[in-house]
Design a binder for this molecule. Structure first.
Ligand code: COA
Length: 177
């Protein structure tokens, strides 16, 4: 448990994904508001597959999905992601986030993303970290800009056009990567 399997920010606590979180995954995946830009609500089969991939990713890399709580509470309010992504033949580290609607607009996505960037840059020594959004998800794009990301490019996945954002390690530029 040396690696931050669990970590705190000023207002949030993040716990690494475990099998006991399956009801929480089901709850988020059934929420059409949260899932609007994440491929829509998931079937039970898709949630089981997400859990299996998430657990395998943790076993292999000590990275993946964290369930997020307000500090001092045991009620999940969202999730954070820091994981490997293979894109166009390159290995990247991707960050991501999702919160239930009552918790939007309080800076939580920004706060957890900044913490994930600190983990990525200071502990994993990443040169850059990426994030993926749909073009319609302007709130998510705003979070990314606030956290220092810039648009890297558009790309296609499963017939959908997506936006790839990137933030460089402090002191690095894209040309020094
Ligand atoms: C996207 C999401 C994570 C943002 O979470 P959040 O905790 O509300 O984000 P923050 O409060 O840190 O920041 C949101 C910023 O976007 C702004 N914003 C909100 N709605 C917006 C919109 N439709 N377009 C542009 N900006 C918007 C807010 O004003 C805020 O900016 P500010 O701090 O400068 O005022 C949240 O809406 C969510 O969980 N959505 C569902 C899951 C999802 O889409 N995840 C991202 C997948 S890429």
């Amino acid at each position: 448990m040396a690696w931050p399997c669990t970590f705190d920010t000023e207002r949030l606590r993040a716990e690494y994904l475990r099998a006991e979180h399956l009801p929480e995954l089901r709850r988020m995946h059934a929420d059409p508001i949260v899932m609007r830009h994440l491929g829509g609500v998931f079937s039970e089969e898709k949630t089981q597959a997400y859990m299996a991939r998430g657990l395998a990713h943790w076993d292999a890399h000590r990275l993946g999905v964290w369930i997020v709580y307000e500090r001092g509470s045991d009620d999940p309010i969202g999730r954070a992601v820091l994981r490997h992504l293979h894109l166009d033949g390159y290995g990247e580290i991707e960050t991501g986030y999702a919160f239930y609607q009552p918790y939007w607009g309080r800076g939580f996505a920004t706060e957890i993303t900044r913490a994930c960037l600190t983990l990525g840059f200071e502990q994993l020594h990443c040169v850059s970290i990426v994030a993926v959004t749909t073009p319609e998800n302007t709130a998510s794009q705003h979070v990314l800009y606030k956290c220092g990301f810039t648009l890297d490019r558009h790309f296609e996945r499963d017939g959908e056009t997506l936006m790839l954002f990137r933030v460089m390690r402090p002191g690095y530029s894209a040309s020094s990567a």
